[in-house]
Design a protein around this ligand. Sequence first.
Ligand SMILES: C[S@@+](CC[C@H](N)C(=O)[O-])C[C@H]1O[C@@H](n2cnc3c(N)ncnc32)[C@H](O)[C@@H]1O
Length: 222
Amino acid sequence: MASAVLAVSTLSKVGAEVAWLPFAWALVLLAAAILYLHATRRGKFQVWEELLDELGLQGHERLLDLGCGRGAVLLAAAQHLPQGRAVGVDLWRSADQSGNAPNTTLHNAQAEGVCNRVDLHTGDLRHLPFDGGEFDVVLSSLAIHNIKDAEERRQAVAEAVRVLRPGGRLVLADIGRSTALYERALGALPVTEVSIRPVGWRMWWGGPWLRTRVVTATRATR
Ligand SMILES: C[S@@+](CC[C@H](N)C(=O)[O-])C[C@H]1O[C@@H](n2cnc3c(N)ncnc32)[C@H](O)[C@@H]1O
């Protein structure tokens, strides 16, 4: 008798737990969807505004955005450069961002009132179509990880450093383990003050398992 009571009570507990599982999953999925939406609609913009503020731009710099896409970061940077240039380079891959095309970015630049200080180039991050030392600032948001091969991602980081002037600043924000690779790649390049840090929950892409980190460095002067 006692064992029958125990069996019934165990079964009902298991039943209750099993009944809760779909709710728990639904909650996790809902939280992930909210975090993702927040990151893409607001978080990314807020974090980049802070990263741009940290650069202490004077307003006359020449800045390059690697993989600028539709211009979320490029156009925010252009707002800080009333006498400067904000240059975007991209291959305009729609697999990486929907509606990705130079005309879309130019249209967005017009809407933001920064069209007169934005230039767009079609080019590959692994072979940048710019001379060495052309830029005061090089930045990139969520772009380099799209290059599948690790050696080619290293090459893109080397290209970013090549086009920086001595003393110029590098800011690479990206997801996953890519950023550790960028930090290691920078160890073999002429840069100083290399740092890596997470940017916090505002750029979690669904949860802490897919978070953004930022790698910063300064091009060595000699
Ligand atoms: C996820 S989107 C990010 C766009 C933008 N930086 C942002 O934060 O909204 C990645 C961008 O990188 C570009 N991209 C990917 N691989 C590239 C490569 N090898 N050379 C140039 N651009 C590339 C894609 O075309 C796309 O515009």
